[in-house]
Design a protein around this ligand. Structure first.
Ligand code: NAD
Length: 269
C-alpha cells in the first residue's frame, strides 16, 4: 500500500480524490494525510467525512510537514502559490509529487522544474484520459492542416468559481495546436477579442473563456477554413475523471526516477 497525502483536501478536487481513493478506483493506495489552509472550515475534521465519504481516520491538518515526511506520494490540487511553495519542501523530503494545480506563473513553474531535479513530479493541467488523448489528436490535426488555410480557436467553459483564465487545459490545447503548426504559442495567442480588432491574421490562436454555474469543464478546438469547420471537443461530466487520473499518476510516480513528467507519460497516449 502506498500512503498518499492530499494538499487542498478541503477543496472540490481534494474531496473528489479522497472519495475516489476510498472507493478503490485505483488499487494499492491509502490516504495517510490531508492538508488545507489553516482557516479552512474543514480543518481538524476527518478528511473522509468532510469529503462526503466514510471515516478515514485522517484529520485535515494545516502543516504539510506534519504528514508528508511519512508518506509515499503527495498529490497537490490547491492554489498556484501554495503549490510552488510546497514543491521544494516535498523535494527535500524526497517524496514523489503529483501536481494538478493550474494558473502557475512562469516563475512558479521554474520552481517546480528545479524541484523535479530531485524527485519525480507529474505536472498536468488536466488529468483525464480523454483530454490527454485530445492533446494528441489536436497536435495531429494541426500537423495535417498546417499551411492549408485553417484558423484555430479554443473555447473553454467552466464553473463560476474557477480562478484562472483561460484554463490550463485550454493553454495545453493551444500548445498542442501550436506545436502541430510549428508556431510559438506565446507569439500567436490572443485572449478574447473586443472592439475594432481588424481582420484575423492567419498566424493566431484565439482563446475564449466562458464562466458560469457549475460547468465542470468543456473544451473545444475549432479548425475553421473556407467552407468547413472541424471541431474536436471534450466534456467532463464528473470530477472523478480528474481524480482517478491523479491517483493513477500517484501510483505511477511512486516508482519513477527524478524528473518532470506529464499525464501523457503516465497514460502512454
Ligand atoms: P478549490 O478552490 O475548490 O480547492 C482548492 C483547495 O486548496 C481549497 O480548499 C483551498 O483552501 C486549498 N488551498 C489553497 N492554498 C493552499 C495551501 N497553500 N495549502 C493547502 N491548501 C491550500 O479548487 P478546485 O476546483 O479543487 O481546484 C484546485 C486546483 O486544481 C485549481 O488550480 C484547478 O484549476 C485545478 N484543477 C486541475 C485539474 C486537473 O485535472 N489537473 C482538474 C480540476 C481542477
Amino acid at each position: 500500500m502506498k500512503n498518499i497525502v492530499i494538499v487542498g483536501a478541503a477543496g472540490r478536487m481534494g474531496k473528489t480524490i479522497i472519495r475516489c481513493l476510498q472507493s478503490g478506483a485505483v488499487h494499492g493506495l491509502k490516504l495517510s494525510g490531508a492538508v488545507d489552509l489553516w482557516d479552512s472550515p474543514d480543518r481538524g475534521r476527518d478528511a473522509g467525512l468532510a469529503a462526503g465519504g466514510r471515516e478515514a481516520g485522517v484529520k485535515i491538518a494545516s502543516d504539510l510537514a506534519d504528514v508528508a515526511p511519512q508518506c509515499d506520494v503527495v498529490i497537490d490540487f490547491s492554489g498556484h502559490q501554495g503549490t510552488s511553495g510546497n514543491a521544494p519542501r516535498v523535494a527535500d523530503w524526497k517524496k514523489p509529487l503529483v501536481i494538478g494545480t493550474t494558473g502557475l506563473t512562469p516563475e512558479e513553474k521554474r520552481v517546480i522544474e528545479t524541484a523535479a531535479a530531485k524527485i519525480p513530479i507529474v505536472l498536468a493541467p488536466n488529468m483525464s484520459m480523454g483530454v490527454n488523448l485530445l492533446f494528441s489528436l489536436v497536435q495531429k490535426a494541426a500537423e495535417a492542416l498546417k499551411d492549408k488555410g485553417y484558423d484555430v480557436e479554443i473555447i473553454e467553459r467552466h464553473h463560476r468559481r474557477k480562478k484562472d483564465s483561460p484554463s490550463g487545459t485550454a493553454l495545453g490545447l493551444g500548445e498542442a495546436a501550436a506545436a502541430g503548426f510549428g508556431w510559438d504559442l506565446k507569439k500567436v495567442a490572443v485572449h478574447g477579442r473586443d472592439g475594432l480588432v481588424g481582420e484575423r491574421p492567419a498566424e493566431q490562436i484565439g482563446f475564449h473563456a466562458v464562466r458560469g454555474g457549475d460547468i465542470i469543464g468543456d473544451h473545444t478546438v475549432l479548425f475553421a477554413a473556407d467552407g468547413e469547420c472541424v471541431e474536436l471537443s471534450h466534456r467532463a461530466t464528473s470530477r472523478d475523471t480528474f481524480a482517478i487520473g491523479a491517483l493513477r499518476a500517484a501510483a505511477w510516480a511512486a516508482s519513477q526516477k527524478a524528473g518532470l513528467y506529464t499525464m501523457r507519460d503516465v497514460l502512454g497516449v
